[in-house]
Ligand binder design. Sequence first.
Ligand code: 5GP
Length: 211
Amino acid sequence: MKTNAVQRRNRRGRVIVISGPSGVGKSTICREALRRLKNVHLSVSLTTRPPGPNEQNGRDYWFVSEQEFRERIERGLLLEYANVFGNLYGTPKDKVDEALEAGQSVVLEIDVQGGKQAKAVYPDAVMIFILPPDENALAERIGRRGRDSAEVIRKRLDKAGAEIASAREHYDHMVINEDLERAIDDVVGIIEQALDGGASPRRRGSSVGEH
Ligand code: 5GP
């Protein structure tokens, strides 16, 4: 038991990319999935977009100026970045690498352009894409969120179609968010299985020696 625990701690963590159209429920799924998983953390991205209602600097994003963002790109501090709806979004590399070295895994909740870049840097990244049950459900959720103008809502829906097509090529796991609890279970299951690295099913679900 002791040896197992030590071996697990020494193992390098994995990068887990979770993407999906905006409004699909990604953030809720990620937050709930992470509450159930040990040694898996969410990476906090940088963005140049202004904070929305209830968003906090350092918790939801690091809200930075475009100049600051560009400086980080030039200094090679971002492991991936993309322009999404006219704003820049990117993942700080140092925090991810520190976590991986310490045997922790890191979830990147990022768009498909960024997901592809992350996969190029970490070829063993676990790639999960969340799908809406249908397009109407997506439009309704984006509208209900009350954060976006009509123009932005239209852009988000246009991008969703393109992302879904591209995801089929680059992502290993597609999870449909028809029922929230089920989608969370699916994501947790995919991550647990990937982190177990093909261990026998006997070990999965066992709480013995997990601490
Ligand atoms: P939102 O503005 O709705 O929070 O995010 C818009 C889109 O940007 C979402 O698809 C989200 O996943 C993506 N995103 C958030 N952080 C990052 C990041 O660090 N890199 C990339 N490439 N996309 C991101």
